[in-house]
Design a protein around this ligand. Structure first.
Ligand code: NAP
Length: 409
């Protein structure tokens, strides 16, 4: 076991991994990062829900040994380090962890800790399921038709962090090189960013999306790209996506253009240009089931899809690699609500549901989802849902957790 100087390792066991399968002990050590802004409010509520659901599902036989690890403002204040190396080590060693949101300044300042974690741990698939909970107010007429799982490529694209500030010698050197290689004019003094996308990175992401569709009996995987304009990056994403479907899933998947020749039993692989996909998601959401898309498109699309079913307060996510995963909500730190016991903990709680599903503890997931459904049916919800549900009673973060716990079982 690695040595931890900042974090205390609780009594419990490590999760193992062999033959592409997790080996989960009855008392797994699971690291968590509380998060900045509203993170502590949300974590306090979420962990109570998780522990209550595990107790209900397994009596005392199984229990999570939570291990606090540090990142973000709390870590910087306490230890002078935004992202201690041992935090990354703990996420690697214990394999499955969960985190709250971390602040990322716009423009200058530190680089995104979230992006750093995803890159350091090679968590290449950001998985964001978006579904409707009956009774939640939503801005569209038929939110129940939205049931998509977005697989967002997580470590390449413009998020790789290769960009140079306007006016620097590096930006100028790259500008001249790009002019020479492309024969196109770039205005002097421009900032320059690089958008790397590889066949390797794309294919493993699309493969994960197709495997998910097959496992969960979902009808289609849609490759969302901007390949009409960015031909060699986003366009290649589409081509590599179809290629991996042909190479690895010839018997289980079929391209939309060949559907007439299929027997209807295979997962349909289709593609849509990103701008068109945003209107498709609003007008014909039931045509889409699993979506695989590059990093930036996926970031936009998952917030937009979450808004369609009632907002970021109930939008979970997981960053998943091979045998390592960090679960986290789609939303950020929502700093204006920090410390008010007001924010919706639903996204982190549902990220926990994804985590327990990943561990294979399905009864825990069922209890939590039932608790959330009943809290919404009782119309006792946090402010974000209450403002969209006429006649609903607004409750605090902690009271919403109580309501969920009361509705389990
Ligand atoms: P944000 O924190 O997601 O908040 C934007 C708005 O979304 C909030 O004002 C609130 O809307 C709504 N919202 C967010 N979380 C909610 C929740 N749990 N319950 C109900 N409503 C919720 O986005 P931001 O203000 O743009 O970003 C703040 C910081 O978070 C930035 O530093 C950003 O970089 C960071 N961030 C981190 C992550 C991450 O850690 N993975 C992800 C995204 C952003 P109303 O005002 O309408 O109530």
């Amino acid at each position: 076991m690695a040595t931890y100087k900042l974090a205390a390792v609780p009594t419990g066991d490590r999760i193992g991994y062999a033959n592409d399968t997790l080996q989960v002990p009855d008392r797994p050590i699971i690291p968590y990062i509380e998060g900045d802004g509203t993170g502590p409010d949300i974590w306090r509520a979420s962990v109570r829900v998780f522990d209550a659901a595990v107790r209900l599902a397994y009596g005392g036989k199984r229990q999570v040994a939570w291990m606090e690890v540090f990142a973000g403002e709390k870590s910087h204040t306490k230890y002078g380090d935004w992202l201690p190396a041992e935090t990354i080590e703990a996420c690697k060693e214990f394999r499955v962890s969960i985190k709250g949101p971390l602040t990322t300044p716009v423009g200058g300042g530190i680089r995104s800790l979230n992006v750093a974690l995803r890159q350091e741990l090679d968590l290449y698939a950001c998985i964001r399921p978006v579904r409707y909970f009956e009774g939640v107010g939503a801005p569209v007429k038929a939110p129940g038709q939205v049931d998509v799982v977005i697989f967002r490529e997580n470590v390449e694209d413009v998020y790789s962090g290769v960009e140079f500030k306007a006016g620097t010698p590096e930006a100028e050197e790259l500008r001249l090189l790009a002019e020479k290689l492309s024969g196109k004019k770039i205005r002097p003094g421009s900032a320059i960013g690089i958008k790397p996308m590889s066949a390797f990175g794309t294919k493993r992401l699309v493969e994960a999306a197709i495997r998910y569709a097959i496992k969960h009996k979902r009808p289609s995987v849609t490759l969302v790209h901007k390949g009409n304009i960015q031909k060699f990056t986003e366009g290649a994403f589409r081509d590599w996506g179809y290629e991996v479907a042909r190479e690895k899933f010839a018997a289980q998947a079929i391209a939309e253009s060949d559907v007439g020749t299929g027997d209807g039993s295979r997962v349909i692989i289709k593609d849509r240009i990103a701008d068109s996909m945003f209107q498709q998601m609003l007008l014909r959401p039931s045509d889409y089931s699993v979506i695989a898309t590059p990093n930036l498109n996926g970031d936009y699309l998952s917030d937009a899809a979450a808004a369609q079913v009632g907002g970021l307060g109930i939008a979970p996510g997981g960053n998943v690699g091979d045998g390592v995963a960090v679960f986290e909500a789609t939303h950020g730190t929502a700093p204006k609500y920090a410390g008010l016991d007001k924010i919706n903990p639903g996204s982190v709680i549902l990220s926990g549901v994804m985590m327990f599903e990943y561990l294979g503890w399905q009864p825990v997931c069922d209890h939590i989802v039932r608790g959330i459904e009943r809290a919404i049916a009782a119309r006792r919800v946090t402010y974000d849902l209450a403002r969209q549900m006429p006649g609903a009673t607004e409750v605090s973060t902690s009271a919403f957790a109580d309501q969920i716990i009361a509705g389990m079982g």
